[in-house]
Design a protein around this ligand. Structure first.
Ligand code: DX5
Ligand code: ZN
Length: 223
């Protein structure tokens, strides 16, 4: 399949959220990536349900909701009701991960598990068949605009070969420091959903940047 591009709303201009959402609607991007941070699981607080509702009101593409929160089980139904298509929880935040994945599916959403940079992909072996997607964090979660951690490439390749055996349809998403400089090798390693915040919203033309990321046409872009 052609890889998907998921612009991270965290890097949008919150004072012009409707404008930035409509920009993504009109672009070649596939999903909206929505980062929810609770100030406990990660050292930052982003936004919650009211902002999510505002995004949903204007977005014409699926919402990919990345929960960087402790105790996500308590909020899964509310995020589903708020319009999430995909719900991602962190491996490191879920004691009973299998139950959490069942809750996400029961709420009618696709289930994704995120791994922090230090968490080995092998830990997902016994749940991989139940997942729709795995998110490889390529920065420590909490902030946009950080530098890509190169070891993430090895994790993507290892996960793709594990998925070939256990769940060939598994989507692999990468989040953190993704740009035109690394997107081709990420896709080659086996990623098929690319999140990008700073690379898109700080570009001179976010629309052109999204088109280039979709095409993997780095040769024509001025970086
Ligand atoms: C970081 C968030 C990311 C962030 C990515 O914790 O999960 O989605 O917005 O931003 P960039 O692409 O700027 O690294
Ligand atoms: Zn994210």
């Amino acid at each position: 399949m052609k890889h998907l591009i998921a612009p991270s709303v965290l890097s949008a201009d919150f004072a012009n959220l409707q404008r930035d959402i409509e920009l993504i609607n009109s672009s070649a991007a596939d999903w909206f990536h929505v980062d929810v941070m609770d100030g406990v699981f990660v050292p930052n607080i982003s936004f919650g349900f009211p902002v999510m509702a505002a995004i949903k009101k204007y977005a014409t593409k699926p919402l990919d909701v990345h929960l960087m929160i402790v105790n996500p089980d308590a909020y899964i139904d509310r995020f589903a009701e708020a319009g999430a298509s995909v719900i991602t929880v962190h491996y490191e935040a879920c004691t009973h991960l299998h139950r959490t994945v069942q809750l996400i599916h029961a709420a009618g959403c696709k289930a994704c598990v995120a791994l922090n940079p230090h968490t080995p992909v092998a830990l997902l072996k016994d749940i991989l068949e139940d997942l729709d997607m795995v998110l490889i964090m390529s920065v420590n979660p909490g902030f946009g605009g950080q530098q890509f951690i190169p070891n993430s490439l090895k994790k993507i390749a290892e996960l793709r070969s594990m998925a070939n055996q256990l769940n060939p349809d598994l989507l692999i998403e990468v989040d953190g420091g993704v740009s035109l400089l690394n997107i081709a090798e990420l896709v080659q390693a086996g990623a098929n959903v690319l999140v990008a915040g700073n690379a898109i919203f700080a570009a001179d033309s976010p629309l052109d940047m999204i088109a280039a990321m979709k095409q993997l046409d780095s040769g024509t872009m001025t970086l």
